[in-house]
Design a protein around this ligand. Structure first.
Ligand SMILES: *Cc1c(COP(=O)(O)O)cnc(C)c1O
Length: 446
């Protein structure tokens, strides 16, 4: 197992010679739709550092899109995977069952919010979990309509891209979309200035007038919207919505694919608001990089689907289950929920400082190791996607893996592995601060 010094270092400009050679082969062999944020190729990872094929050590503020929360190739996870892969790689759970799947379901049932008995089914990707959550909700409710929100992201498959809000690049030219999906306004405090109950009333009014409670199978919502811009809803928004769902026998689905499993400093982001969803989807942080997702819901909802109604050839793969069990053990034994909260405090303090000194930093927000800054024009308040792109480009060239997001393309998001140490995190924040300042400065001089 590799250990990499936890300091950043550029041996070459990015991309280095080996990465350039791979880039040329990729351009010839892969569809041009498969773009990448970083102009390099990965060789290995360890906690907060990704080393590329040219020996450059990059600071990881992306965790492979919120996946390697416990660190990439974490030794405990790698050991569990190696043990499992040498013993049993696949049977298909529908043919011959194995203990790891059951154990992981038990763990997720116990961790998911609420005291009611729960059951879990495993899948491969986030979108596949959302697809199955919708199937189960329709079967359980006997209704068809699914309500989603402005700025939502729920995946890129035929059903889930209809739930996803942003047209380019996720939906443009890929229609038609699945029927019986309805989009209503969300809570976006920086833009709408509404308190939580008011934003929820607006959403509920839209559902009641455009869909009808008695036709609505489920409301699906990210407790903190991810790809849409790391939007933390105003306090009370989720709880008000959840209460309306309960009053109207509408299934409340929390899509915790990005927020779940320690990312926000809790097992589930719903817990920060004391909200108990009927159903929850998880994926990204669940298995340390192995493809795995889960739908966890109250037992009677899950058992509304008759025998044989759920599954798939690879779903709940034994190697992925072994990785997930090791991830859950790591979070528990190493206190990683608290560590995510610490990183969040450390990061938000810096972000708030930048907001005070740089007028272009319109908003800063987040929970735990899921933080963001939204860049806007100080005079008009308009989103500044160009500046956002420039900052990201500079940071990436300087060796910081940095992701953007937002329906309006003007949000920089921070998703460090929580096993990153403080000094490396601070160095990453220093690089980001320099890139912000220099991009703003160059803008002023242009
Ligand atoms: C990433 C994501 C998905 C889709 O997951 P994939 O594994 O990419 O299919 C769904 N919902 C949310 C909230 C996500 O962040």
């Amino acid at each position: 197992m590799s250990t990499i010094p936890q300091d950043n270092h550029l041996a070459t400009a990015l991309p280095g010679p080996r990465a350039q050679a791979l880039e040329a082969r990729a351009a010839a062999a892969l569809p041009r739709a498969m773009t990448a944020a970083m102009a390099t190729f990965a060789e290995r990872t360890d906690r907060g550092i990704l080393e590329d094929v040219d020996g450059n050590r990059l600071i990881d503020f992306g965790s492979g899109i919120a996946v390697t929360t416990v660190g990439g190739a974490a030794p405990q996870v790698a050991a569990a995977v190696c043990e499992q892969v040498g013993r049993l790689t696949h049977t298909s759970f529908a043919i011959t069952r194995y203990a790891g799947y059951v154990e992981l379901a038990e763990r997720l049932n116990a961790l998911a919010p609420g005291d009611a008995p729960k059951k879990t089914a495993l899948f491969n990707s986030g979108a596949e979990a959302v697809e199955n959550a919708v199937k189960i909700a329709r079967r359980a409710s006997g209704r068809q309509a699914i309500v989603c929100f402005d700025h939502a992201f729920h995946g890129r498959t035929a059903l889930t891209m209809g739930l996803t809000a942003k047209a380019v690049p996720y939906k443009d030219g890929f229609g038609p979309f699945a029927p019986e999906l309805y989009r209503v306004p969300t809570s976006y405090p920086f833009l709408d200035g509404l308190d939580g109950p008011a934003a929820a009333s607006r959403a509920i009014a839209a559902i009641e007038s455009q869909v009808g409670a008695s036709r609505t199978a489920a409301v699906i919502i990210e407790p903190i919207q991810g790809e849409g811009g790391f939007i933390v809803p105003a306090p009370g928004f989720l709880a008000t919505l959840q209460r309306w769902c309960a009053d109207n026998d509408v299934i409340f689905i929390a899509d915790e694919i990005q927020t779940g499993i320690a990312r926000t400093g809790a097992w589930f982001a719903c817990e920060h608001e004391g909200v108990v969803p009927d159903m929850v989807t998880t994926a990204k942080g669940l298995a340390g990089g192995m493809p795995l997702s889960a739908v966890t819901a109250r037992a009677e909802i899950m058992d509304s689907v008759p025998p044989g109604g759920l599954g798939g050839t690879y779903c709940g793969n034994p190697v992925a289950c072994a990785a997930a069990l090791a991830v859950l053990d790591m979070i528990e034994s190493q206190g990683l929920l608290a560590r995510a909260r610490d990183l969040g405090e450390r990061g938000m303090e810096r972000l708030r400082g930048w907001q005070e000194t740089m007028a272009q930093v319109g908003d800063v927000r987040g929970r735990g190791a899921m933080m963001a800054l939204e860049l806007t024009d100080p005079r008009t308040g308009a989103p500044d996607a160009a500046l956002t792109g420039q900052v990201a480009q500079r940071a990436r060239a300087a060796g910081l893996i940095l992701l953007t997001c937002g329906t309006r393309g003007n949000v920089i998001r921070l998703l460090p592995p929580v096993t990153m140490d403080d000094s490396l995190f601070d160095r990453g924040m220093d690089i980001l601060a320099d890139c912000l300042e220099s991009a703003i400065q160059d803008r002023a001089e242009a």
